[in-house]
Design a protein around this ligand. Structure first.
Ligand SMILES: [Zn+2]
Length: 232
């Protein structure tokens, strides 16, 4: 193999290593993050707040209604037992009974509304709980798959790096140094030479240069893009 071809093989390995490293970065960025779970938790917390509010309202109305019912019963009792009382006193008792009856029916109406709201809040709370459970399950499954993918990628990276090391150790030190220098200058410092054309920049090279790259061990560079040419 010509030096350029040896370096080309190293270059291919480096590109593969780079793409695996990139894939590892992508998987890592997905691990441990879940927007859907976060959103489902927020929805459940909101549903819980609503449910508690509705329960609180119901209990307040219940208490008030119990008080009014008690007062109403007492006033009605006093009214029915009050034959001997002063008419003015009876009239005021009657007014109180009327007032308390109205108050009682208004409270009952409010209570009905609150109970409807409470039922809705309960249903929403249950839906939010179910949603959270299902997205959490999905998330755990995907985390497992991602962790597995990461492990595979890291194993592959390890293998590639060992192979690259082996390959690099077989290259002449001066070629290895040159390769490192070229890589510092350009991210893709090598180019295939096919049918006399640099595959990186597309220029057609003089026949003499093509022959030099193809038939000798010399390192030939593209006259336009400066890349090290690797003949077929
Ligand atoms: Zn070129």
């Amino acid at each position: 193999m010509k030096p350029a071809q040896l370096l080309w093989r190293l270059f291919e390995m480096d590109q593969e290593i780079q793409s695996v490293q990139q894939a590892i970065g992508e998987v890592r960025s997905k691990l441990g993050v879940s927007r859907p779970v976060q959103e489902a938790r927020e929805r459940l917390a909101e549903a819980e707040r609503r449910l508690k509010r509705a329960q609180q309202q119901q209990s307040e109305l219940d208490d008030e209604l119990a008080q009014v019912t008690q007062k109403l019963a007492a006033s009605e009792k006093a009214l029915y037992e009050g034959q001997g009382r002063h008419p003015k006193e009876l009239q005021s008792l009657q007014e109180e009974v009327t007032y308390l009856s109205r108050r009682s029916s208004r409270l009952q109406e409010s209570l009905l509304e609150v109970m409807e709201g409470l039922e809705e809040a309960r249903q929403e709370y249950q839906r939010a709980q179910e949603l959270l459970a299902s997205v959490e399950q999905e998330w755990r499954a995907s985390q497992g798959a991602l962790a597995q993918e990461l492990e595979q990628l890291e194993r592959r990276l390890g293998k590639l790096e060992r192979r690259r090391e082996d390959w690099a150790s077989m290259l002449a030190p001066e070629h290895l140094r040159l390769y490192d220098e070229l890589c510092q200058r350009k991210s893709t410092p090598l180019a295939r030479l096919q049918n006399g054309i640099c595959q990186a920049c597309g220029i057609r090279l003089p026949v003499a240069e093509v022959q030099r790259a193809r038939d000798t061990d010399e390192l030939v560079y593209c006259s336009q893009c400066g890349r090290l040419l690797v003949a077929e």
